[in-house]
Design a binder for this molecule. Structure first.
Ligand code: KG4
Ligand code: ZN
Length: 343
């Protein structure tokens, strides 16, 4: 933890304001020392997008414009700090919806200029990796991270802070996307992940043997086949129990996710497994991953559900580490809709 560019810029008392507007959550948080959440506010736009069955980019950008200032103000009030106490402003610069990202990035730069503090651009995927560090800042590296969100599914080796190796990724749909599409098909509403999670509790996970694509082969994933298999099964058996379909679909996805993450951890000799991203809020995934860690003698780090889905505390935490590693980001840096986690 020495000779990083920004070593003198951060310490345990550095208070970072995080801002997140990459998709459909408008969020702000104040985090001290990269780990201690002083306040975290998330304003979800779910109701605005629900009637369309997914996020409408133009509606998201406009809602961020309306919501961001009140969300930041509320965060500062909840923290009970004077805004002059804030040491840096960190904001998601990608990946995400360009219009949505620009709202947060413009506001974050304006706050940083007005308060005369550093601006730090944060990669949203890196921030998901850091969510677990909010619960346990002492996580020993290297770890393998299963990052499962609405737009991404990957297994990442976190070799050190800021040093990532992507070991596997989806070749088609993201896991969250599969949950959302299957939920929509089953008429369970949007967003689909939590709806399937709830429905599955009343179903039999062994009722239908849905395919586990590429389960025994490498570390990449494919989820478009299981989605199609669900549709074909329901069309062929219109009277099937929706709870059984939800439970069996969820079991197939979780089985592949856990099997491959375990394999990755064994391959690289990781000390533990970290979960991150919205799908990490899934009850069965959390339970099975912790069970696998216990069986393999690894430490399992599963963030609280609120820190798995999009929030700004993880942005502030990742921002603290980025500030230490790279120093401030230029104010003329832009937003990057397709920003990769690692080249
Ligand atoms: O990380 P996130 O909030 O946003 C992105 O960066 O994409 O992830 C959202 C995804 C959605 O696909 C949502 O359906 C899924 O996470 N999700 C879940 C659960 N809660 C949210 N998937 C399965 N089970 C859940 N409990
Ligand atoms: Zn996310």
């Amino acid at each position: 933890m020495s000779d990083a560019v920004g070593d003198e810029l951060v310490d345990e008392s550095t208070l970072v304001l995080g801002i997140e507007t990459s998709c459909d959550e408008t969020a702000a948080a104040l985090v001290m020392g990269g780990a201690d959440v002083v306040a975290s506010v998330v304003s979800s736009q779910i109701e605005l997008h629900a009637e369309f069955g997914g996020v409408v980019p133009e509606i998201a950008s406009r809602a961020h414009l309306d919501l961001l200032n009140p969300v930041v103000s509320r965060t500062i009030v909840e923290a009970g700090v004077d805004e002059r106490r804030i040491d840096a402003v960190a904001c998601t610069v990608g990946p995400g919806l360009i219009g949505a990202l620009l709202v947060g990035v413009s506001a974050a730069k304006a706050f940083a200029l007005a308060w005369d503090v550093p601006f730090v651009g944060v990669n949203h995927l890196e921030a998901h990796l850091y969510a677990a560090f909010l619960d346990d800042p002492t996580i020993e590296l290297p770890v393998v991270v299963l990052l499962v969100s609405g737009g991404h599914t990957m297994i990442v080796e976190m070799v050190d802070h800021g040093e990532y190796r992507i070991l596997g990724r989806t070749i088609d749909d993201a896991a969250g996307e599969a949950f959302d599409k299957v939920a929509r098909f089953l008429g369970l509403g949007y967003p689909g992940g939590p709806a399937i999670d709830r429905e599955a509790m009343a179903g039999d996970p062994e009722a239908i043997a849905f395919p586990r694509a590429m389960r025994n082969d490498g570390l990449d994933f494919s989820f478009s086949g299981v989605k199609t298999a669900v549709m074909n099964h329901v069309r062929k058996h219109p009277d099937v129990s929706t709870a059984d379909v939800a439970a069996s679909f969820q079991a197939a996805v979780v089985d592949v996710l856990v099997t491959k993450t375990r394999r990755a951890a064994a391959q690289v000799g990781a000390k533990g497994i970290v979960l991150g991203g919205g799908v990490a809020a899934n009850s069965q995934l959390r339970e099975e991953l912790l069970g696998a860690c216990a069986a393999d003698g690894l430490r399992g780090f599963v963030p609280s559900r609120a820190m798995c889905t999009d929030n700004a505390a993880m942005i502030a935490a990742a921002g603290w580490h980025r500030l230490r590693l790279d120093g401030p980001t230029d104010l003329d840096a832009g937003a990057h809709p397709n920003l990769p986690l690692a080249p």
